[in-house]
Design a protein around this ligand. Sequence first.
Ligand SMILES: Cc1cc2nc3c(=O)[nH]c(=O)nc-3n(C[C@H](O)[C@H](O)[C@H](O)COP(=O)(O)OP(=O)(O)OC[C@H]3O[C@@H](n4cnc5c(N)ncnc54)[C@H](O)[C@@H]3O)c2cc1C
Length: 505
Amino acid sequence: MKKKIAIIGSGFGGLSAACYLAKAGHAVTVYEKNEQLWGRASVKKADWFTRDMGPSWYLMPDLFENFFADFGKDVQDYLALTRLDPSYKIYFKDDTETPVIDVHTGVEKNRELFESLEPWSMDALKEYLEKAEVQYNIGMNEFVQKNYDSIFDFFNKRMMLDGLKMNIHTTIWKYVKKYFKSDKMQKIMQYPMLFLGSPPYETPALYNLMSYVDFGMGVWYPQWGMGSLVKALVDLWTELWVTYRTWAEVKTIHSTPEPKTRKRWKHKSKVTGLSLASGETIAFDEIVSNADMHRTETKLLESSDQTYNEAYRKKHTLAPSGFCVYLGLDKKVEWLEHHTLIFNEDREQNNQEIFKTATYPTDPSYYICCPSKTDPDVAPAWSENLFFLVPFPSRVTMNDEQKQIYRDKLLADAEKVLGQSLTDHIVHEEIFGPDEFSSRYHAYGGNALSGWAHTFSQTAIFRPNNVSKKVKGLYYAWWYTNPGIWVPICIISGKLASKRVAEHG
Ligand SMILES: Cc1cc2nc3c(=O)[nH]c(=O)nc-3n(C[C@H](O)[C@H](O)[C@H](O)COP(=O)(O)OP(=O)(O)OC[C@H]3O[C@@H](n4cnc5c(N)ncnc54)[C@H](O)[C@@H]3O)c2cc1C
């Protein structure tokens, strides 16, 4: 039956849910609190520079192809994709022997490099990546594409067999150490975990599938950045008759009590509509929330309608926030690639500061994105468009002075690593930290990178369900739920939410 459905929030989860629900014939309207669609993938044009404010790595190209294929489309018709080569550059701070390396796609292209970092490591690397590929295929085909209602849906016979190959019983921290003895190889293999929002010593080794993504599939770039991907989804909306409103913050989800039933899903109430900050109230049959989970549960719903209360949130590990500095420079910067990672000396201390003590990282590892290295359309030829991202603890705040001090320290560090001046050449600058993640996206604790961290007890079935247990007709599509973080994975969360509407609606 055709329904009137609202989507709250226009991150990738919301964008994707809208596409699938409109394709199923529903009348879909998206409400976004900010001035533009796109959630954390906001795009900002400032002076001469066009910049992605959030995601910048186009990974798992197969999942994007699958998404467009679901609508009878070819991703190539929407995006001009190129594979970056090298995939990225790494600086090892304070290392004089091999301070900088370029990492490419494929084992053979990296042979000389990895043998120099750890003699005889090629056999280990090959085996590690073969296993990572098996895990990726099982993970993406078996586990990520499903909704789970009970522990038995997850721990079925197939899972027991395949799960053994997924290395769910050990952590990525221990697993990597089993294969590689050198500190550098360990850092290279463990780095994606930080961007997955998890401390490596609490992250199940199944996430080594990210190494297959990195070395097997490669790092891609859509011309004009990730904003072009969002534009592609919005073009699809037009074809599917999705309507949307920006500057339209949802303040309340309305519901009416449900009669008592013996059914498995014993909802207390049923969605009737929503109210906007402007005071306007609109009736809807169903709602999919892509707005932050904490916000949706505690601010948009009555307390009797909340599924995940404060006690639930206190017990869970929140992913990190980010300290971001966006720069436009009036010169070209040498010795940077499109993606550059700066690794610190002591990663254990860095993990402790981010995940345990919640203190500003003293000697952080960080990431520099420089899309103007490969895309002439994002900055003039005489300039450089840079984005620094430091994984930062959530639930901290920073006043202007603290931000400035941290920014000065970060840029001084980058100038030392790169051996050249940056600060004398800034023509445009913006700082975006935990407080900005809270205010712009309503992100709980200012988290930037994934909602709930991908620890074992917060993976798959253990992530929050995408169906409200209390309110009939309320569903969720975001990185808090299964499957989790990253743009292509949030796109799958939109598909899973649309399946729920079909099952429950
Ligand atoms: C700095 C950074 C770098 C990243 N890098 C990468 C990367 O390179 N590659 C990658 O794949 N992933 C990356 N990620 C992760 C990726 O961006 C996220 O996984 C994904 O964008 C999250 O999408 P989402 O749909 O869950 O929600 P979000 O993008 O958070 O969207 C939620 C939307 O809901 C809106 N909203 C909130 N409350 C309301 C309300 N009450 N009413 C209306 N609207 C509301 C918000 O304004 C927001 O637009 C990065 C994230 C960050 C922050």
